[in-house]
Design a protein around this ligand. Sequence first.
Ligand SMILES: *[C@@H]1O[C@H](CO)[C@@H](O)[C@H](O)[C@H]1NC(C)=O
Length: 484
Amino acid sequence: MLPKASLLFVASLLAALPVNADGIYTKNSPVLQLNPKTYNSLIAKSNHTSIVEFYAPWCGHCQNLKPAYEKAAKNLDGLAKVAAINCDEDENKPFCGQMGVQGFPTLKIVTPSKKPGKPRVEDYKGARTAKGIVDAVVDHIPNHVKRASDKDLDKWLGQDEDRPKAILFTEKGTTSALIRALAIDFLGAIDIAQVRNKETASLKKFGVTDVPALVLIPGPDAEPKIYQGDLKKKPITEFLSQAATPNPDASGRAAADSKPKPKPKSKKSKPASKPTSVADEPDVEPTASEDQDPTAKPAHVPIPAPPIPTLSTPESIEASCLAPKSGTCVLALLPASEPEAAIPQSVADALASLADIGHKHAQRGAHLFPLYAVPDTNSDSGVLRAALGLQADDAQTVQLIALNARRGWWRRYSVEDFGAVAVESWIDSIRLGEGTKEKLPEGVVIGAEPQAEEPVAQPEAEAEADAESVEPEAEAQAVEHDEL
Ligand SMILES: *[C@@H]1O[C@H](CO)[C@@H](O)[C@H](O)[C@H]1NC(C)=O
């Protein structure tokens, strides 16, 4: 037994855990990728609402979020900004810390306040689905649209008389995300009001017979113009641009076009009409926010998850897991390896997944049986492999097993995917007493009397019902947010 060598071995394992400098979003992703500078210029100083994901490329829940997040980005195009920052990058780490990020992914909704550059920042803790995200962000889009009636429309028209005005006539009592986004794009340039179709005097005044209708009043003496085209952001922006130029950070694909390192300066010099690009037909529309599932809790992957403890000697594994009274233990039996050799991905993944799961439970104060790494240099590792029949062609791979010496059962993780999600669902099944257990062979438990048998399939005393599951991608058909 060479405990020192095993420690070195485990240390080299841990040093080699995957650190991927590449982000999980590609250049062509609709998700805007940020660094601290561009966060400040494109998000903090924006008049638009944003959602920002703080992530690490190695985090399984972050990878799982990607499709939903990209879908949300497409659906919110032209309405709000959807961005991400890779907290694994050295240049971003201090910033992620400053932002109070304690786990991955962390989603924050950034809402402009009255003070420019000082937005309100709050965690998004809703469902990690495109619909959940879109609905929450839409709820945070500021409303600069004046709701006017027959009584006060003239007064509103008289304010800042030289500034162009636009009036949306609609049957709706609510202010759509699209008209709110347009009002933000033209903030300070065109004042926008919304008038319901029951305000008949106002409709008559502008000759509006059908709603929705958008009327542009370019100036005090100019003829009002009625917009009758498609009720989409791009053509409406073009229509309004006859009277004034949209603001520099008018939202839309233009923002995303400047990736991967968006330069605010070059953005400013872009032709003003550019940001009008496309509120494309979203392929999935979010539903109204009432049916958001309030019980769907996001799972947090903590940073940095401390490594799971190592049992490097037979004594330690026997004391912790193989004594007659030992409860459930999860062991990662590591394969033999030269200290200098590269760590197999499966080993790194398994250890990272267990570290994430263990730390997550610890943070929540939730009970979880212990998780240990057992290096091959611990002679009990070979004994276990042999006794459990894991020897043959498995010696080269990491083996995850759970065992309970007191109750005399063990089970094996038989999936090839060692990602956090797969491993966690196995852990959860153990906690919940689900799945098949096998009888521990004689001799594994040290100093055990021949045991009074307990039914192996009995659910564990430690089974808990608070298993966190990854939310299903409950996407549904929906209310369009990009209509007037
Ligand atoms: C935000 O709105 C103000 C008008 O209130 C405008 O002057 C400014 O350019 C806008 N900011 C950006 C970044 O577009």
